[in-house]
Design a protein. Structure first.
Length: 343
């Protein structure tokens, strides 16, 4: 389907980080994987990120070999919708270019590059890596927090990255205000605020990132949308939230106190889903548990049998589920689940 995906990306979208639905044997559950994609599309998500941390980096392991079928399944399901498709790109330069080429051939629009696997590579080496990927697929820059497999990226890296023209967007997800500002500063100093779409990935600061302008070097920068693991659950509520934010910003009205209170509630909910108390060890299992409760997944299994909820996390998820019913979309899922589950 032909549409101006760059314009759509720049206007601001809800982009869920797509989870991986597995059977009890830890094999791909294609029926439920398709159902998840249909759920996100019907929820109003304007994009999908596939093959990213929430999809589990282990889909690339030789014993699983799920990277290609998972990317194929998602784009086939979304094929006839105006959806911005973002492919997760990992590994050394040879692997990353191969993954980007495969994604481009399928019809993915851009690639979210995880630099964590490059370990101690220098800034020039990282930039050369990104340029190699950008030759085959436009790049969605990515600041992934170290707890999820990323690495610290200093201001100098972001300044150098601004020289790479095919950077269409940046997901800022260090879960750190100082490091978030490093990215914004580099974009402002390079004069690229108008052509790079900024997306929050700070699951601990979602609503405040979307509401709050940052003025640097005389330029106002805003996060226009989110590419978030948190938005892989209760997604229809997330799309309504982004619409409220966009309407509020268009009106230039003062931010209501109720929105600030809502921001804190969302962060509290995220603390349970992402297992913040335990260094985010249960973040993927937490997402799976919510989807399991709604019937979208049959279990919260991960590819790694050792990866599961942390002690006390299930109780925390139940606490926030009951405390904030307005953040949940259980009824929406209940009304549509049978249709999404059809072959």
């Amino acid at each position: 389907m032909s549409f101006d995906w760059r314009k759509q990306l720049g206007e601001g979208l809800v982009i869920p980080a797509h989870p991986l639905a597995l059977t009890s044997a830890r094999k791909l559950d294609e029926r439920r994987q398709r159902a998840l994609t249909r759920y996100y599309l019907d929820s109003g998500a304007g994009g999908l990120a596939v093959g990213v941390h929430t999809t589990q980096f282990a889909i690339r392991a030789p014993e699983t070999e799920l990277f290609k079928p998972v990317l194929q399944l998602a784009i086939d399901t979304a094929r006839h919708t105006p959806t911005v498709m973002v492919a997760g790109i990992c590994g050394c330069t040879e692997q990353a270019v191969a993954e980007a080429s495969f994604a481009a051939d399928l019809g993915y629009h851009c690639g979210l590059i995880n630099l964590g696997p490059l370990g101690g590579a220098s800034i020039p080496e990282l930039i050369r890596h990104i340029r190699a990927v950008a030759e085959v697929l436009p790049v969605f820059g990515f600041y992934l927090q170290p707890a999820a497999g990323g690495r610290v990226l200093p201001l100098e890296f972001w300044r150098d990255l601004m020289s790479v023209e095919p950077i269409v967007a940046i997901k800022v997800a260090p879960f750190d205000r100082y490091r978030t500002l490093d990215v914004l500063r580099a974009v402002a100093e390079a004069g690229r605020a108008g052509d790079i779409a900024l997306y929050t990935g700070n699951d601990d600061h979602i609503l405040l990132d979307l509401l709050t302008p940052t003025v640097i070097a005389g330029q106002e920068l805003r996060f226009c949308g989110g590419l978030l693991g948190h938005w892989a659950v209760w997604t229809s509520c997330a799309t309504e939230l982004l619409k409220r934010v966009q309407a509020l910003l268009r009106s230039r009205a003062a931010i209501p106190t109720e929105m600030l209170a809502l921001a804190q509630q969302i962060t509290d909910a995220n603390s349970a889903l992402f297992d913040a108390r335990n260094g985010f060890r249960g973040c993927i299992a937490g997402i799976h548990e919510v989807l399991r409760q709604q019937g979208l997944m049959s279990g919260r299994w991960c590819l790694d049998p050792e990866e599961d909820l942390s002690p006390g996390q299930l109780e925390e998820i139940e606490r926030v589920r009951l405390a904030y019913p307005h953040l949940r979309d259980d009824e929406f899922v209940r009304e549509n689940l049978d249709r999404w589950m059809r072959p």
